[in-house]
Write a protein that binds this ligand. Sequence first.
Ligand SMILES: NC(=O)C1=CN([C@@H]2O[C@H](COP(=O)(O)OP(=O)(O)OC[C@H]3O[C@@H](n4cnc5c(N)ncnc54)[C@H](OP(=O)(O)O)[C@@H]3O)[C@@H](O)[C@H]2O)C=CC1
Ligand SMILES: O=C(CO)[C@H](O)[C@H](O)COP(=O)(O)O
Length: 636
Amino acid sequence: MGKRIIYIVYGVSGCGKTTVGKELSKKLAIPFYDADDFHSQQNKQKMATGMPLDDNDRKPWLLRLAQEIGKWHISTGAVLACSALKNSYRDLLESIDSKYIQWIYLQGSYDLIAQRLQKRQDHFFDATLLTSQFETLEKPFRGIIVNIEDIVENIIDNIMMILDGTKQEIGLIGLGIMGKSLAKNLISKNFRVSVYNRQVKGKEVDVAQNFVNDHPNDNVLGFDDIPLFVYSLAKPRVIILMVNAGKAVDAVIDELLPYLNPEDCLIDGGNSHFKDTDRRISKLDKLGINFLGTGISGGEQGALKGPSMMPGGSKSGYELAGTYLESIAAKDKFGNSCCSFLGLGSSGHFVKMVHNGIEYAEMQLIAEIYHLLRFYVGKSPKEIATIFDSWCKQGKKSYLLEITAKILRTKEGNEYLIDKILDKAGQKGTGSWTITAALEEGVAISNIFDAVAARSLSSQKMQRIEAAKAYSLQDSNVPPLNINLDYLEKSFEIANISNHHIGFDLIQKTSKSNNWQLNLSEIARIWTNGCIIRSELMEELSLLFGKENDTEILMFPEIIDKVKPGISALANIVALGLLAQCSLPVLSSTINYVLTYTSKNTSANMIQAQRDFFGAHTYQRIDRPWDQYFHTNWKE
Ligand SMILES: NC(=O)C1=CN([C@@H]2O[C@H](COP(=O)(O)OP(=O)(O)OC[C@H]3O[C@@H](n4cnc5c(N)ncnc54)[C@H](OP(=O)(O)O)[C@@H]3O)[C@@H](O)[C@H]2O)C=CC1
Ligand SMILES: O=C(CO)[C@H](O)[C@H](O)COP(=O)(O)O
């Protein structure tokens, strides 16, 4: 069961605690209690005779109220009207975590209250006690202070307005790996945060409350109840969804909708498919609710210390929520946030999807180079780690290369941990979505395709064991390869450049098709820190795109200078590796891509001839204008 807020309306007798408290409880849809109803009979009689209560009379009464507050806190929440004139009384009432108590002091002058008391009928309190009440009243007042000179309706409006200002600034749903880290990150930036996690009986119980218990000194409230979670947030509300992509996102949105208002802003921070994001935007747009499809990269640690964030969708939503996102994101080397509004529609999630496509290909590239060095060249994991570290020092630093070196040095006892890990790679879909999107856009996505295919083939472990037996290629007596490590380093560099070239090409072309007007330099910049594909290359790309947004990466003169001298080195490595029966999906894909991309004349004339032969699809001619099409009556 989650914990609820207790609103204590306090002040001297006659200030309007009961009236205001009752109205407030109606507004908040929670029960109202009058502290006077919890007095013992003895106390009531004493007051009725005009005798003031002393602290001995009050203590058991306050302790009883404290007990009730504890119960209301874990059930319905409550509004309590109670004089609570002294700080010691207030301390006694704070029997629960003080961040769950909202004190509301009703402030009025002696004359005003005396006037009101004189008009009162059938109340056991004697107006002559007012003086003693004012003498007892202690400062400092806790919580919010509200002037009572106005009519009750306006007092309530005023309280609601102030409460909104003191409510939590941002909500987060889903305290899984990413959600927990993002919530901690928000708290560390001193934002007032509400967190929600569903209860799954016997499995996921009190997740939000446990999170709050782990942060006793922070301004965070925990909920397992959607209406109360939403209610805890200041309007217009900003809510981050960190739940699994797919049905869970729709389910959470549907649960939230009855409690949201126009102008509220939902941020989907998961790896949602961009087409789902488009669908959600159009659904929420009709209700005036802002939606930001926001790619977040950096894994658990990134989310905690500063991820790269790729928001897209509602511009007015970003105006509301951007401050929070920019504050928790990583910083680039100039101290600027690695988060900026990318564009309309699903552009944020699209860019994150391509980020992951690039991530897949870079991971596969590094993995296959490791595999070549380890099993075909004969290097130890430690030696390979040293090679990767040296590449990092020579301008090819990337997060994935750095962590691979660390992985290679990790031992379990005397043995390398990498040797214990089964060679079956998982995937959640963003790689294959990138391929589909590229094919729909007509972008040659070969290296990312081969990286995804490598994961798919890897998952067929039993089949591969059978096939290895049938073909026994790796059993043949091949001596260790003598490869040139400088060539290998160059091959890594070219494959990485080509990988980014293809990814950014896909972003650029899709941006044009959707009129997103994406700024490639800014995308590269927010990828320079916090995300999984951060690298020195990314820094360079941000600068290059800054000069020219429309140029393809392989056509920047600075990139040509790097790639051109290394093409034969890449061909050499791929040829040697393949001859030694080592599969090199991304490296081979790269050499084919680069050779085709840089060929003035390709074999495609034959494809056109074949198409025209069997299907009269027509072809263009090199000796005629290219807007003319021809057909030949080929002879079978
Ligand atoms: N892990 C990573 O490195 C990264 C993940 N992402 C993306 O972030 C999103 C979250 O990932 P991650 O934190 O790893 O996932 P987890 O599985 O660790 O957490 C998922 C969260 O969603 C909640 N949830 C699931 N289904 C529902 C539902 N129907 N209603 C309400 N809540 C639900 C879970 O609640 P419960 O605890 O009750 O199950 C849990 O709090 C995914 O889209 C993922 O692809 C993005 C970048 C990096
Ligand atoms: O988005 C990410 C990093 O940027 C996640 O780590 C992603 O979920 C990894 O994808 P997969 O499980 O398919 O390898």
